[in-house]
Write a protein that binds this ligand. Structure first.
Ligand code: ZN
Length: 137
């Protein structure tokens, strides 16, 4: 990593600010539609199911399951070179929304299974709270 390759931080805007603010307070939240009840991540200004603009936020339990994953053995950004190999996963919260995240604390990065039960872990990266997951149990 050089001075020309700063750590890639999230872009916070009016739509996703409640998500990042909740993480800073130690909570993972997801967006939900006040018209049809659909729930989703990442944040957007309209419901992806019915396009209603009346949306709200709910707190996630932190329980989730593993949908898919890859193990990165090459760093596609210099900021991540010192953590190879690392996991990038699609995780489904028990409330339904899916997010791309990282599994941490893996003794063996290949010892995973579809539907593996997961638990939320909040990590700090360069002053920003980031959601990650570990194997539950
Ligand atoms: Zn809706």
């Amino acid at each position: 990593m050089t001075d020309h390759d700063p750590f890639p931080l999230p872009r916070v805007d009016e739509t996703n600010r409640p998500y990042w603010q909740a993480l800073a307070e130690g909570r993972l939240v997801y967006q939900c539609c006040k018209a049809c009840g659909h729930a989703w991540l990442p944040a957007r200004s309209e419901c992806p199911r019915c396009l209603a603009a009346e949306t709200g936020w709910q707190q996630a339990s932190g329980r989730a399951r593993l949908v898919s994953w890859v193990t990165y053995r090459k760093a596609f950004h210099p900021a991540f070179a010192d953590r190879l190999p690392y996991n990038v996963s699609v995780v489904e919260l028990e409330e339904g929304p899916r997010l791309i995240s990282n599994l941490v604390g893996l003794a063996d990065p290949e010892d995973l299974a579809i539907d593996e039960p997961l638990a939320l872990v909040l990590r700090e990266e360069h002053g920003v709270a980031i959601p990650a997951f570990r194997k539950a149990g």
